[in-house]
Design a protein around this ligand. Structure first.
Ligand code: FES
Ligand code: FES
Length: 171
């Protein structure tokens, strides 16, 4: 038998646990997991960050969106190993302590959302947009949120809230 051969009876698909270290919302995180585990599960189950939600699990709805090094990404299909050494921002990272981010406040002020299930992913994508483009047009907001599904049909108010936050930042 050569080194590296599977032992008899060993399942080659069996999880091999590793340490994966990255930053979440400005803090260092280190977890021992199967590196193939989706980032979403690690955030919710290992790190207790329940704000990021499971929707479709197949990268289609945007509910699980987080920022990785400032860029929105679906965390349901992203293996945690892909964020090793990188910076992840979840919806919990938008507020400063007890103070809501102006974007979150604008969503409240506009009543943007009904059940709220889609909103954590949408807020993260909107925050990434305003970071790179502080004064987006309606069309740019719609394009940035294109991958997000809101089953309650709150799209118009959501776009209005993002524009409101942008206008507030300009004032
Ligand atoms: S849960 Fe990740 S895109 Fe739907
Ligand atoms: S507010 Fe209910 S899914 Fe968007």
């Amino acid at each position: 038998m050569n080194l590296g051969d599977d032992l008899p009876g060993m399942d080659p698909e069996a999880p091999v646990f590793e340490v994966v270290a990255f930053a979440v919302n400005g803090r260092r995180a280190s977890v021992v997991v199967d590196p193939r585990t989706p980032l979403l599960y690690v955030l919710r189950n290992d790190l207790g960050l329940k704000g990021t939600r499971f929707g479709c699990g197949t990268g289609q709805c945007g509910t699980c969106t987080v920022m990785v090094d400032g860029r929105p990404q679906a965390s349901c299909e992203l293996p945690v190993s892909a964020v090793a050494g990188r910076h992840v921002t979840t919806v919990e990272g938008l507020a400063s302590g007890d103070r809501l981010d102006p974007l979150q406040q604008a969503f409240i002020d506009e009543g943007a959302g009904q059940c709220g299930y889609c909103l954590s992913g949408i807020l993260v994508s909107a925050a990434a947009l305003l970071e790179s483009n502080p004064q987006p047009t309606d069309q740019e907001v719609r394009a940035a949120l294109d991958g997000h599904i809101c089953r309650c049909g709150a799209h118009t108010r959501i776009v209005r809230a993002v524009r409101r936050a942008a206008e507030g930042a300009r004032a």
